[in-house]
Design a protein around this ligand. Sequence first.
Ligand SMILES: [Zn+2]
Length: 165
Amino acid sequence: MAELVDDKVLLQDKNLIAPCGMNCSLCIAYQFKILDINKQGFHRRYCPGCIPRGENCKHMADACEKLCKGSVRFCIECEDYPCKRLKDLDKRYRTKYHMSMIENLDFIKNNGMDRFLNKEAEKWACPKCGGRICCHNGLCLSCDLDKLLVNRKYRWEEESEENNG
Ligand SMILES: [Zn+2]
């Protein structure tokens, strides 16, 4: 498997795993940036990913001194792991976005980053184009952007009303 991915891509993918266990490559703000989707009439914030942006962790840093200072790379290195804030975040993402930060971090801890990245690549691959599904809406933004154009709050096949993150 390893020879499928060159080192530069691997490094880039590693940098897209945020300290909280979020895979930034699945995030709507990252995918919008990569695909420059605001060209299609949207006005969303673009984000290159928590680590590339240099803010360590969007979800947690404002409430965590260690993340704020960058003194841990991942929350699993912390003696308080998993803290209440991470558990709350994890619950929100499990409920709404079909993923779990804590599951991700535990997998990285037990199996290593390379295996995690392989697993993620399989789990989130678009069956049509091989691109990445976005965890915030369950869509491949290359293949299924029409659904988002019709309903900008589209989320995981739900008839959505108030989806405020
Ligand atoms: Zn696709």
